[in-house]
Design a protein around this ligand. Structure first.
Ligand SMILES: [Fe+2]
Length: 209
């Protein structure tokens, strides 16, 4: 609700025209994440360096287009996430991942193309990996660290929606030495989630406000 001259006004509804490749007409912002911004995110540093040498540091790994009305406890951020296919060593292409800065905030991810995994760690010790294909959605409750992983051969595209005031804590995963599991090639055309030997546990009492 916006106050103008003492009278409460509300924003206009927005039409968001969303294509299966993730393009969204009506978006208010776009951000792009290149390979160089994912240093230390993949578990295999040697393979990461090889991928940077092969593709270039500026190769795009994922992009996010979104629409919101600015801050406000009732506002939604609605958008698309497009994650390119690929692997770094055995590990499939991934997003940095985060816990919401207001950690009780939930999120919807609805797959519109490709094949991916929503990898999730709860702060109380559980881990989940949900495979998403077009028509399938993950409802990620509050209190779960989450990231997207592309386990297919084409772009993995989802529509997401969360409370705008959720915010993102991207550092919680780095501080923990990565998420609890790695999503890797199973050697048989599929994927499997295996324990991440570098994971040191999440700090408690952080990233909640
Ligand atoms: Fe999120």
């Amino acid at each position: 609700m916006i106050e103008q001259n003492g009278a409460a006004t509300v924003p206009d509804p927005a039409l968001l025209d969303i294509a299966v490749d993730g393009a969204m007409e009506g978006r208010s912002s776009t951000y792009r994440v290149q390979l160089k911004r994912l240093e230390g995110v993949y578990s295999d540093a040697e393979s990461y360096a090889a991928e940077v040498a092969r593709l270039g540091a500026d190769a795009e790994v994922y992009s996010v287009q979104s629409h919101d009305y600015g801050e406000g406890p009732g506002g939604l951020t609605i958008g698309t996430s497009r994650l390119e296919p690929g692997r770094v060593g055995a590990e499939f292409a991934l997003t940095r991942g985060h816990l919401h800065a207001r950690s009780d905030r939930a999120e919807l991810y609805y797959c519109i193309s490709g094949r991916g995994v929503m990898l999730m760690d709860s702060l109380d010790g559980r881990t989940e990996a949900i495979e998403l294909t077009p028509g399938r959605a993950a409802h990620v409750p509050g209190g779960w660290v989450h990231r997207s992983v592309n386990v297919g051969n084409e772009a993995f595209v989802t529509i997401f929606c969360y409370n705008t005031d959720a915010g993102q804590d991207y550092e919680i995963i780095a501080r923990a030495g990565g998420m609890r599991e790695l999503v890797v090639d199973d050697g048989d055309g599929g994927w499997e989630a295996i324990p991440n030997p570098g994971h040191r546990g999440y700090e408690s009492g952080r990233a909640t406000r």
